[in-house]
Structure formats: structure tokens, C-alpha cells
Design a protein around this ligand. Structure first.
Ligand code: GRG
Length: 299
């Protein structure tokens, strides 16, 4: 199967799972379900669940046992985008090519929709774990995978990065601080998207180390590309306005290193990601494809 076709087929699996997980509800609280569905079904690349399902395939596992965890990461990612877009944070009007959640449902419901998605992520993983774990070992690895996802999205991961980001507005960050901020803000959840499925698939320590290096490199490459696109792309292509980072006075790879140097770094880091997979031989072809896609994407 061609890369694009395969990527789409894995994204479709995630889309159907989430469509089924977050259903409309006609009760008095129906607005919260509409708001959660609005952002979940608004599109997006589905990078995180696709990575998880690609790892399952690397270990010859069917997608089913990894899907609840892979999609939980996407629910968490979507909650973070809803909250990040709020007036109290980045104050963005567009996301995934559509009006942001708070523009449609108001700030209060948008906060709750994010909270609802975050809780649902853990509820759905726990429900699946309780109904599927067969042995003590099986429980243990599933709980380990969930712990990694919790840690990566919490104050030791994404939330730490978000706080550093907020507090650095209008200030020039050192290259070290910039890298640390992104490692937490976007890198941690990308790493969990890869490593939680590897744990579920009984990966060895060596395999986890290789996949961790791959994930860290694509996480960094993802951010450098995002910063390049912020100055070079448009609302139509990206689904959010160009130059929003500069408007908020944020330090980015482009403001610190310049566009040309950032492109060079992107190329090198993508190659490092690819090299990290060498122990898997030809089985890692699709994960290599994802690294190349991230470096060349335009949204
Ligand atoms: C609110 C706790 C909290 C955290 C927010 C991830 C994040 C932290 C904010 C997102 C802000 C942002 C635009 C960061 C740049 C990188 C990024 C995560 C872009 C969006 O991710 P994609 O490109 O989005 O995977 P899609 O829509 O394709 O899923």
C-alpha cells in the first residue's frame, strides 16, 4: 500500500473509534457532547493515533488492542488544543480550518469540553483495560502504558511545556530553554504515542530505546516544521492564521536560528529519527515514511 493510503486507513480506524466513543446525547447536558464532538470530528492529521497503530503493526499486533490507548492520546491532544485556543491562552479563532471551540460554544463550555475529553480518555482506557486484561502481567503493561500517557500529558510533560510557553511570551528564550519547552509541550505526548503502544506490544528495552529516540527526534522535527510554517504558510493551508507565534511575541526556532538554519536542523533531526529505527530493518518503512511526511507536510 502507498504511504498516503496506509496513513489514511489508520487515521480512519482512529476516526471511527472516536466517533463511536463520543456520541451525541439528547439529555439536558447535550451541549457538552456537541462541543466535544465538534472538536473531535473537526479533522486534524491524527498523527498520534497513526503513530500508535504503526507501532502495533511493527510488532505484528492487530490494531484492536492498541486502538483505545492510541485514541485516548488523540482525545488528550484535542483537549489541549481547545484549551490552548482560549482567550486566556493563545486566543485563536481558527483551528483545523474551523472556528475554535470557544468561538462556537463560548469559553465556559469550551473549558468543559476540554475537561470532558481529558476525562473520557482515561475512562475509555480504564474500561478497556478492565474488560480485556487476562493476567497480572497483562494488567501491568496496560497500567504502565496508561501511566506513561498520564505523566506525559500532565505537569511532567505537556502542561509543564505550556506553562513555560505562557511565561516566555515577549521574552527571548535560550536555545536550551526553547528545546526543553517543546520537549515537554509537544514532544512528551508524541513520545507517549509511540512508547505506550510499544509497551502494550511487549517491546524489549532495546526496542523501546530505539523507538524513544525516533519519537524524540520526530517530536522536535514536528515543532521546527511548525515554526517554519508559521512564517511561511497560510490560513487556507494550515487551518490557522500565519504569524500567530510572532504576534504573541513567542520565541520560535525561526526567531532564534533563522529560517535557513531551522530547515537544516529539520533535515538533520529527521535523518536522526530514521537512523534510530535501524534495528527494525525493513519493518520500519512506514514509521520512516511518517518522519519524512512530518518534515515535508504543509499543515
Ligand atoms: C492547554 C495543557 C494545555 C496544553 C496545550 C499542545 C499544546 C499544549 C498546545 C498546542 C499549541 C500549538 C499550536 C503547538 C504547536 C504544535 C502543535 C501541537 C500543533 C498542533 O498539533 P497537530 O499539528 O494538530 O498534530 P492536528 O490538528 O493535526 O491534530
Amino acid at each position: 500500500m502507498e504511504f498516503k493510503e496506509k496513513y489514511q486507513s489508520l487515521a480512519d480506524l482512529a476516526n471511527s473509534y472516536m466517533d463511536n466513543e463520543i456520541q451525541e446525547n439528547e439529555g439536558l447536558e447535550k451541549t457538552i457532547y456537541s462541543a466535544m464532538r465538534y472538536s473531535i470530528l473537526a479533522g486534524g492529521k491524527r498523527l498520534r493515533p497513526v503513530l500508535g497503530l504503526a507501532v502495533a503493526e511493527l510488532f505484528d499486533s492487530p490494531p484492536g488492542p492498541v486502538l483505545p490507548y492510541a485514541c485516548a492520546v488523540e482525545l488528550i491532544h484535542t483537549y489541549s488544543l481547545i484549551h490552548d485556543d482560549l482567550p486566556a491562552m493563545d486566543n485563536d479563532d481558527f483551528r483545523r480550518g474551523k472556528a475554535t471551540n470557544h468561538k462556537v460554544f463560548g469559553d465556559a463550555v469550551a473549558v468543559l469540553a476540554g475537561d470532558g475529553l481529558l476525562n473520557h480518555a482515561f475512562e475509555s482506557m480504564l474500561k478497556y483495560t478492565l474488560s480485556s486484561a487476562q493476567t497480572r502481567e497483562d494488567y501491568k503493561k496496560k497500567v504502565n502504558a496508561m501511566q506513561l500517557i498520564a505523566q506525559s500529558s500532565g505537569v511532567k510533560g505537556m502542561i509543564a511545556g505550556q506553562v513555560i510557553d505562557i511565561e516566555s511570551e515577549g521574552k527571548k528564550l535560550s536555545p536550551h530553554a526553547l528545546k526543553y519547552m517543546h520537549k515537554c509541550k509537544t514532544g512528551a505526548l508524541i513520545r507517549a504515542s509511540v512508547i505506550a503502544p510499544a509497551i502494550l506490544c511487549d517491546a524489549t528495552q532495546d526496542q523501546i530505546k530505539s523507538l524513544g529516540d525516533y519519537a524524540d527526534n520526530i517530536g522536535l522535527a514536528f515543532q521546527i516544521k511548525d515554526d517554519i510554517m508559521d512564517v511561511e504558510s497560510s490560513l487556507e493551508v494550515m487551518g490557522k492564521p500565519q504569524g500567530s507565534d510572532a504576534e504573541l511575541g513567542k520565541s520560535t526556532y525561526v526567531t532564534i536560528f533563522g529560517a535557513e538554519e531551522s530547515k537544516k536542523m529539520l533535515f538533520e533531526i529527521t535523518n536522526n529519527a530514521i537512523d534510530s529505527l535501524s534495528i527494525f530493518g525493513t519493518k520500519s518503512e512506514f514509521l520512516i515514511g511518517i518522519a519524512k511526511y512530518l518534515a515535508n507536510r504543509n499543515n
